[in-house]
Design a protein around this ligand. Structure first.
Ligand SMILES: [Zn+2]
Length: 243
């Protein structure tokens, strides 16, 4: 019950209930007073790393699509930056779930964080280096993006095993599955060039695979942001209890 509800009950309570309500009111007041003292917020850097990755992705994408009409050369450079931004977003997306799930277990925390960072750096390099831009590397580039998405499966399953009793673990996994679906469909659309392959020239202005890819990436990032908020609330309240 909310503080407001208690206040209303306190103000309008009958004589019979007055004492009981007074106790409830006291309890609520005391809880409100001591809660901030008991609450020890945990570090925010993994959450900020994710927000930084998301902002870099959106900035790179906006810059790319704003300037790419300048010349063929600039289009080439800007598109590389666009994919590098998406790689940065996907890899930093794993920082909050991995860190807040395994913050009390440094070995797995460092293992998963190190792996996703390496995969992220590899994908950014493959996106930026001209040698990987030939058509024969298209499948490899798409596979790296897909691999980054799939690399989240191990820490998420591990989290579910460790915290099966914890409602937050199920809640965040729901968001993570949804995020995986968005990123997965995005990678598939990017690799298969749907729908313009069916009707070339009809989707040059709207509905192009690259546009769908961006919409899905933003949807995935937003889902992940919601999961991040659940993790923060959980760890702020409970710290390492139950680990
Ligand atoms: Zn783009």
């Amino acid at each position: 019950m909310s503080w407001t509800f208690y206040t209303i009950v306190c103000l309008s309570g009958s004589h019979i209930a007055t004492r009981l309500m007074f106790v409830f009111c006291m309890k609520e007041d005391v809880a409100n007073l001591i809660a901030p003292l008991m609450l020890r917020p945990i570090t925010r850097w993994p959450f900020f790393a994710f927000l930084g990755g998301a902002m870099f992705c959106l900035l790179a994408s906006s810059t790319c699509h704003l300037l790419s009409c300048h010349s063929e050369r600039l289009t080439y450079i800007m598109l590389r930056l666009d994919y590098a931004g998406i790689a940065a977003l996907i890899s930093t997306s794993f920082y909050p779930p991995v860190y807040y799930s395994f913050m009390c277990n440094p070995f797995f925390c460092n293992l998963y964080l190190g792996f996703i960072t390496l995969l992220g750096v590899a994908t950014i390099l493959v996106s930026l280096l001209p040698v990987f831009q030939n058509p024969e590397f298209r499948t490899i580039r798409a596979s790296l993006f897909l691999g980054m998405g799939l690399s989240g499966v191990a820490p998420i399953l591990h989290k579910l095993i460790l915290f099966w009793h914890q409602p937050e673990a199920h809640h965040t996994t729901g968001y993570e599955v949804l995020m995986g679906v968005f990123y997965g469909i995005g990678a598939l659309i990017y690799a298969t060039r749907i729908p313009e392959r069916w009707m070339p020239g009809k989707f040059d202005i709207a509905g192009h695979s690259h546009q769908l890819f961006h919409v899905l990436v933003v949807a995935g990032a937003y889902t992940h942001y919601q999961a991040g908020l659940v993790y923060l609330k959980w760890r702020d309240l409970e710290g390492c209890r139950g680990n």
